[in-house]
Design a protein around this ligand. Structure first.
Ligand SMILES: Nc1ncnc2c1ncn2[C@@H]1O[C@H](COP(=O)(O)OP(=O)(O)OP(=O)(O)O)[C@@H](O)[C@H]1O
Ligand SMILES: [Mg+2]
Length: 356
């Protein structure tokens, strides 16, 4: 079994990766089928809290599995001889290139994460290095490790019925993620894949961070996959019916996905979880979301605002969200209640077995 590319009993998707020539020079494919990802090689020098260390894939020692997505697994790893350096290592399986421009997944992912993940912005996952693992035919993305994703967090939170400070927690999450989306926007990047599994959380101190941003190349694939699953759809109505959005994809589509993710975390299940793809597509055009009444009125109103079917009726800017009554009611400092809740839930998230 190739490392990081399969899940128990199921073959995982392998991605096809192209290696465009950013220099303008014609690059001949190497005879040994080397992956010519610009600037990505078998080793890289990382800056970890001010310490400069040159790493390669052989130096990454897995500690435990953090999760897996459509394209491979994510491991918590430490660097050989540098046990103080812990990072999340995401492996994307490669199949040889076909010069198909639609398949720029890993390059887009890497380009974007390198561009904004190196800025040290608190609510964006920090990027350390991209490496090639020739032996395993994988692109290896080394990034900041968080405690867990909001997808895993909310599943355990609902199982435990740990909901007393849910309102505060959701407001904090929206506040941090909107801050991150605004930062991405200032760099000319739309996220395009906001969902609970791409919102990560740390408990000490409590902080929410966004990952997997700007993966526009992945969009076609990942939409196709999620549609097939028929459950986890975060597409705004204007992305399903393009005639509604002659101006194309914008920040308001990311706002929709944030509203939907918030509702999912609040209720413990995706609002369209029981529908098939066709049902979702028609329901989404007429949907009137009803946020749970255990949330404050101002948070319910914000969720409904983010989930307006007509995108012009959603907030026009991220500042408008931050100025909403829900955000204004949020204490400036993280409260002890939030810290206790997040710590408690994280401590109860089941460990993923190594052979899973
Ligand atoms: N930096 C990280 N720190 C901690 N856990 C992470 C990190 N990155 C990813 N994970 C965990 O690994 C899981 C898989 O991540 P990945 O981005 O590969 O897939 P996904 O977001 O679940 O789905 P998709 O394949 O559609 O992106 C995440 O859901 C999360 O639980
Ligand atoms: Mg992800």
């Amino acid at each position: 079994m190739s490392r990081g590319t399969s899940r128990r009993g199921k073959e995982k998707f392998k991605i096809r990766v192209e290696f465009p020539d950013y220099t303008g020079d014609q690059v001949e494919p190497a005879a040994d089928n080397t992956y010519m990802l610009p600037d990505v090689g078998e080793e890289a020098t990382i800056n970890y809290n001010g310490e400069e260390v040159t790493i390669n894939v052989n130096m990454l020692n897995d500690i435990r599995k953090l999760g897996f997505g459509n394209y491979g697994s994510v491991m918590l790893a430490e660097v050989q001889n540098h046990p103080e350096i812990k990072m999340a290592v995401k492996r994307l399986g490669l199949i040889p290139s076909t010069n198909n421009l639609a398949d720029y997944t890993a390059t887009t992912d890497l380009k974007t994460i390198r561009a904004v993940g190196s800025c040290n912005f608190p609510h964006v996952i920090r990027f350390y290095a991209g490496l090639i693992d020739k032996k395993e035919s994988q692109v290896v993305i080394c990034m900041e490790a968080c405690d867990t994703s909001m997808e895993k967090f909310y599943t355990t939170m609902h199982k435990m019925k740990e909901l007393k400070h849910l309102d505060l927690l959701l407001k904090r999450m929206i506040n941090h993620i909107v801050d991150a989306l605004q930062f991405l926007k200032s760099k000319g990047i739309l996220h395009r894949d906001v969902k609970p599994s791409n919102i990560l959380v740390k408990h000490d101190p409590v902080i929410f961070k966004i990952c997997d941003f700007g993966i526009s190349g992945q969009l076609t694939n990942s939409v196709a996959h999620t549609m097939m699953k028929g459950t986890q759809v975060y597409l705004a109505p204007e992305r399903i019916d393009a005639s509604q959005a002659p101006e194309g994809y914008g920040i308001r589509s990311d706002m929709w996905a944030l509203g939907l993710s918030t509702l999912e975390i609040a209720t413990g299940q995706h609002p369209f979880a029981k529908m098939n793809a066709l049902g979702i597509m028609s329901a989404i055009m007429t949907w009137l979301p009803e946020p749970p009444t255990n949330l404050s009125t101002e948070l319910q109103q914000l969720i409904v605002w983010l989930l307006r079917i007509k995108q012009v009726e959603r907030p026009a800017t991220y500042d408008e969200i931050q100025a909403s009554p829900a955000m204004k009611s949020l204490p400036a400092e993280i409260t002890n209640e939030e810290t206790e809740m997040v710590k408690n839930v994280i401590a109860n998230i089941p460990i993923i077995p190594d052979d899973y």
